[in-house]
Design a binder for this molecule. Structure first.
Ligand code: HPA
Length: 273
């Protein structure tokens, strides 16, 4: 435990030596959603390899750099490329950047992912603002000694996704005439996709979209008291009774399509907070 605290300190001190400002908003960009970076006035871009104790991204569509800059006149710290449990990393490492962001003074975390739609009313290319989640990964990043410096042993999960931020997102979507779905994200470990029977089960559980990321970072974010706003880019829709393969190229293409709309919403949210 001492080690991880020290590593978080070292990584955040390194970042603070490179970035003088104190951004209040952190953004994690998921698969195919790197397009937001074009909207950022980049002050500093640091490849993950250079940051002490950061992992390196191994997934296609994930660039692997931490960007500090301005978006809609707000200072932001952006993770372009994230880490997944299915890459074989322990969750303490997957979520390490969230704690580094917290140390750097982030108050709000905007987190995005590509996800498979389970709600039959969704279409590929839609955006969903996450209203709640189901942790179905079989894992929890907080297992192990509690990091008291960050938060308490049994963090409350009764209102994980900030209701005010959801309302602002919905208002922005209305103003910009972007269709915005709202629903429950279920996180699985992956990397295999779901069978039709699993898909039916996840839908019956009450989920609207399924993905392989986000939950660990969100749990660690809640633990350390961040305001969380989450978006899923619906890259494919899974219908258990007529299930079709969702090739990775298609997922990337649809995530990028949805990503364009998501960027519009995130820009609008940043203007209003
Ligand atoms: N299942 C799980 N993860 C995903 C999917 C899916 O259908 N699409 C994008 N990420």
């Amino acid at each position: 435990m001492e080690n991880i605290l020290q590593e978080i300190d070292e990584a955040s001190q390194f970042m603070a030596s490179r970035v003088k400002a104190k951004p209040g908003v952190g953004i994690i960009l998921g698969t195919g959603l790197g397009g937001l970076v074009e909207k950022i006035f980049i002050e500093e871009s640091i490849p993950y390899e250079e940051i002490p104790y950061f992992l390196h991204s191994t997934v296609e569509g994930h660039a692997g750099r931490l960007i500090f800059g301005h978006c809609s006149d707000k200072e932001v710290l952006v993770m372009q490329g994230r880490f997944h449990f299915y890459e074989g990393y322990p969750l303490s490492r997957v979520t390490f950047p969230v704690r580094v962001m917290k140390k750097l003074g982030i108050k709000t975390l905007i987190i995005s992912n590509a996800a498979g739609g389970l709600n039959p009313l969704f279409s590929a290319g839609d955006i969903m603002v996450i209203s709640d989640h189901i942790n179905f990964t079989g894992q929890n990043p907080l297992i192990g000694p509690n990091l008291e410096a960050f938060g308490q042993r049994f963090p409350d999960m009764s209102a994980v996704y900030d209701r005010k931020l959801i309302a602002i997102s919905e208002q922005v979507a209305l103003e910009k005439q972007i269709k915005l779905q709202r629903g429950v994200y279920v996180g699985v470990a992956g990397p295999s996709m779901e069978t039709p029977a699993e898909t039916r089960f996840l839908r019956m559980m009450g989920a609207d979209a399924v993905g392989m990321s986000t939950i660990p970072e969100v749990i660690v974010g809640v633990h350390c008291g961040l305001h969380i706003l989450g978006f899923s880019a619906i890259s494919n829709v899974n219908r258990p009774d007529c299930m079709e393969p969702a090739p990775f190229e298609e997922i990337l293409a649809n995530a990028a399509l949805a990503g364009k709309k998501m960027i519009g919403i995130i820009e609008g949210v940043l203007e209003k907070i």
